[in-house]
Design a protein around this ligand. Structure first.
Ligand code: SF4
Length: 254
């Protein structure tokens, strides 16, 4: 089993640093991306999970080194430059877990206050204090990407203990309790590429118990069969129940 706390320690040791009062992280690239109707995107190094269908595993999420050290001011400036050039009103940090260094990402959110900032997170690191920090920022939208629909599926996908699945739901609960409007300020995404119809229903029910609106705005994710993702899944012995080809065409077998 992989312990997410151990991964967190490793990322903090090798891919996060403090200098002159600023928190730095390593970044591999900046790009304009098509998701969300167009969004300025920074790919950060380091994650506290090791998902078996992660598209970013080769370059950023499973990495601890490489890239360029950047302070929040540099990250915000690069994202703003992309957004202005492409006419986007949204920005995000992708490729890894942004909340590993909350002081870093919260500063980026603040610097980009004229844009919606989508905080894409696996949710594991959101406690009540961080939920309040996020909820106090009007331009922050939190998308909690739940891995699997049950603790067992979570564990199969991530190779981490199943109890961490509940931390993802708890993160959503804390964000709602902190004042974030369900489906507007905070919403669930769910990797259902290894789920059954029955387990997906279970997740809907669990989300509905937090707030009935959440069950209505699940952003369903399927595995995208990039060759390097297929390679990772094969190494893990994972076979998706639902997947899409890189061109977006549904594919049910690998
Ligand atoms: S949480 Fe996201 S970035 Fe991290 S390993 Fe899983 S899919 Fe990749």
């Amino acid at each position: 089993m992989i312990d997410p706390r151990r991964l967190l320690d490793l990322v903090l040791k090798y891919a996060v640093k403090e200098e002159g009062g600023a928190v730095y992280r390593r970044y591999k690239r900046f790009r304009a991306d098509r998701w969300y109707g167009g969004i300025a995107t920074a790919d950060v190094v380091g994650c506290n999970l090791r998902c078996g269908m992660c598209w970013a595993w080769r370059n950023t999420s499973f990495a601890l080194t490489g890239g360029e050290w950047m302070a929040p001011e540099e990250v915000a400036a690069r994202l703003e430059e992309i957004a202005e050039r492409r006419g986007y009103r949204q920005a995000r940090i992708s490729g890894g877990e942004p909340l590993i260094a909350p002081g870093h990402v919260l500063r980026v959110v603040d610097l980009l206050r004229d844009y919606a900032f989508i905080v894409e997170t696996n949710g594991l690191l959101i406690d009540r204090a961080l939920a309040k920090e996020l909820a106090s920022r009007p331009n922050a939208v939190v998308r909690v990407s739940i891995k699997g629909a049950t603790p067992e599926e979570f564990s199969r996908i991530t190779m981490s203990p199943p109890q961490y699945f509940n931390a993802q739901l708890e993160a959503i609960r804390l964000l709602v309790e902190s004042g974030m409007e369900p489906c507007r300020d905070v919403y669930p995404a769910a990797m259902l590429g290894f789920s059954t119809d029955e387990s997906a229903k279970k997740l809907e029910r669990a989300l509905g118990e937090i707030d009935p609106r959440l069950a209505e705005c699940v952003d369903v994710e399927y595995v995208i069969l990039y060759p390097h993702v297929v390679k990772l899944m094969r190494a893990r012995g994972l076979v998706p129940t639902r997947a899409v080809a890189p061109n977006g065409v549904p594919a049910f077998m690998i």
